[in-house]
Design a protein around this ligand. Structure first.
Ligand code: MN
Ligand code: MN
Length: 318
């Protein structure tokens, strides 16, 4: 069996070639693909700065430098999994509720074919329909979630609306898409509407790790605890780039200071190795606030890191 490989930098200059994630082959249909990269160009769920609709394009552009092998872990994801860029979800940019239904249908079709997904947001509202599709596929209330974010995203509503980038996790728990006892939220911080804003998640059984508990330390020991908490069973990674400090990830819609470092972001994703990772997303990259491209580049690398912790990825020895 031959596996799709990203187009190499010695075959075509890195600044040229297909505009897919890591310059992987694109696929019209998910059949025969193990992991598909999907863009979800939405920012109608965002409450402050717009621009995450350009996230998928920005992430793909900044993914060109990523080479196929993971040096630290010796993971060889493209030797183990058939990967492709499945393109963008054809959202209705005039109508968020319709967009949410379109996203769910798009992901349901992918999952039904046996393909799993790594999604490029888009603001964080996109995770809700993706989780609806995953919950249908894996069973209600079974999914665990490793959720990195500055925000808990558990508001009951925003401006009266139930489906936004600040309410998706509350809906996911209420709709029993996820098992709240297998949810961990890392990097939460800054200011809230009430002093007990983060306690709603805790009352549902989730583990909340505020940014202050992460300052000035390695997160590898935390991830050991997270692996023990989540145990067996499917796990989804939802990584809001604003979980990282704006020093590392300025290109985002609702930045908060005193966040995680880029290295801590890597430690979290690498620390998911051993869990039954079934999918993930990297959301809230808004390239217009990102003069260097570093936010999108970091996002692209975090998606690659997620791919490397999928079950079944071989790790080359020697
Ligand atoms: Mn978020
Ligand atoms: Mn956030």
């Amino acid at each position: 069996m031959s596996f799709n490989q990203p187009l190499g930098g010695n075959e075509m200059p890195r600044f040229a070639g297909p505009a897919t994630f890591m310059r992987l082959p694109s696929a019209e249909v998910p059949d025969g693909i193990d992991v598909g990269f999907v863009g979800i160009p939405v920012d109608a769920g965002a409450s402050n700065r717009p621009g995450a609709r350009y996230g998928p394009r920005g992430i793909r552009t900044e993914s060109v430098m990523i080479r196929p092998y993971h040096m630290a872990s010796r993971a060889a994801p493209f030797d183990s999994l058939q990967c492709a860029d499945l393109g963008d979800v054809p959202v209705n940019t005039y109508h968020l509720p319709k967009t949410i239904a379109i996203i769910e249908a798009f992901f349901s079709r992918i999952l039904a074919s046996g393909c799993r997904t790594l999604a490029m947001g888009g603001d964080h509202v996109v995770t809700l329909p993706v989780l609806r599709a995953y919950a249908k596929h894996y069973g209600a209330g079974r999914l665990g979630v490793v959720h990195v974010d500055a925000h808990a995203d558990v508001n009951d509503d925003m401006f009266g609306e139930k489906e936004t980038h600040g309410t998706w996790m509350r809906r996911a728990i209420e709709e029993k898409l996820v098992d709240p006892k297998r949810v961990v939220q890392i990097g939460l911080r800054a200011t809230g509407y009430a002093a007990d804003d983060f306690d709603w998640s805790r009352r549902q059984g989730a583990r909340v790790v505020p940014a202050e508990e992460c300052w000035n330390r390695s997160l590898s020991p935390l991830m050991e605890e997270v692996r023990a908490q989540l145990g067996a069973g499917p796990v989804y990674i939802s990584f809001d780039i604003d979980g990282l400090d704006p020093a590392y990830a300025p290109g985002t819609g609702t930045p908060e200071f005193a966040g995680l470092t880029g290295i801590q972001g890597y430690e979290i994703v690498r620390g998911c190795h051993g869990l039954d990772i079934v999918g993930g997303d990297l959301v809230e990259v808004a390239p217009v606030y990102d003069a260097s491209g570093n936010t999108a580049m970091l996002g692209a690398n975090l998606l690659y890191e997620m791919l490397c912790v999928f079950p079944g990825v071989q790790r080359r020895t020697g």
